[in-house]
Design a protein around this ligand. Structure first.
Ligand code: SAM
Length: 241
């Protein structure tokens, strides 16, 4: 059976004991039925993955001890995903898939046609943690607060390429993303797409690289997965990229 992987906040090192929160104890001892002496894997997003053993277990808490490192820390490329939040389940899907596919930062942005004006950042961050736990990653992307797209563009960090997934280019020749190396961000619009004003503003951005995702209009969640995959396979950290 695959070992349980748990994300923890604390630093990890040999013989480092870690106190468990109530939720972690409930998961390990109530749901997964681990007992004292059982093995699991832990990571904190900084120190790689460690084998740990359960030292104390109760319904409300417990303690585990890190034993030895099983994998080094592996950070993803400097890839951000900017997306306009859509319906709850589909937004959850985007965050989960972005974490699995190796985004370093996930930034919900409010565009003119964004359907949802609020997000629960803590919930989305918890989805990113769960995705990292299940996919074997040692890194958890940060989910940023919802920010207006216009503000994000005003404060754009100079050197970062902005891969603009533009539905108006549907069917156009696909851009070759292999040249888009270095810090990069992928921008996906909402169900209603981008407004003409937004499109003009993004296209005028010095770092913008407008691209087509093929001959069909994709749903925003499909578009996010497709764009992340295209970039990772061409210029990212996938073997052969
Ligand atoms: N309502 C828009 C329309 O009918 O033209 C479609 C918006 S689409 C559902 C959501 C987002 O996915 C778009 O804003 C864009 O970022 C991305 N997208 C979907 N299909 C695409 C394609 N073929 N090329 C580039 N981007 C695409």
């Amino acid at each position: 059976m695959a070992r349980i992987r748990l994300y923890v906040d604390q630093p990890l090192g040999p013989s480092q004991s870690l106190a468990l929160s109530r939720d972690q104890a409930h998961y390990l001892f109530g749901v997964m039925r681990l007992g004292v002496g059982a093995d699991l894997l832990v990571f904190n997003g900084r120190d790689g993955e460690w084998r740990a053993t359960v030292e104390a277990a109760s319904k409300r808490g417990g303690q585990i001890r890190a034993e030895e490192r099983t994998r080094p820390q592996m950070n993803p490329p400097d890839l951000w995903l900017l997306f306009a939040p859509i319906k709850k389940a589909r937004t959850d899907f985007i965050v989960e898939k972005a974490a699995e596919l190796g985004a370093a930062r996930i930034c919900p942005v409010q565009t003119e046609f964004t359907n949802s004006e609020r997000i629960r950042r803590d919930r989305l961050q918890a989805h990113a943690v769960e995705a990292a736990e299940q996919c074997g990653g040692t890194f958890v992307p940060e989910v940023a607060e919802l920010a207006k797209l216009s503000r994000v563009l005003d404060d754009w960090p100079g050197a970062r390429r902005l891969i603009f997934c533009d539905e108006a280019l549907v069917g156009a020749t696909e851009a070759d993303l292999r040249a888009a190396t270095g810090p990069v961000a992928i921008l996906i619009g909402p169900e209603g797409g981008f407004s003409p004003t937004e499109r003009a503003r993004i296209r005028a951005h010095p770092q913008a690289l407008p691209i087509s995702l093929g001959p069909r209009i994709l749903r925003a969640d499909t578009a996010a997965v497709a764009a992340l995959t295209l970039w990772q396979a061409g210029a990212g950290d996938w073997p052969g990229a």
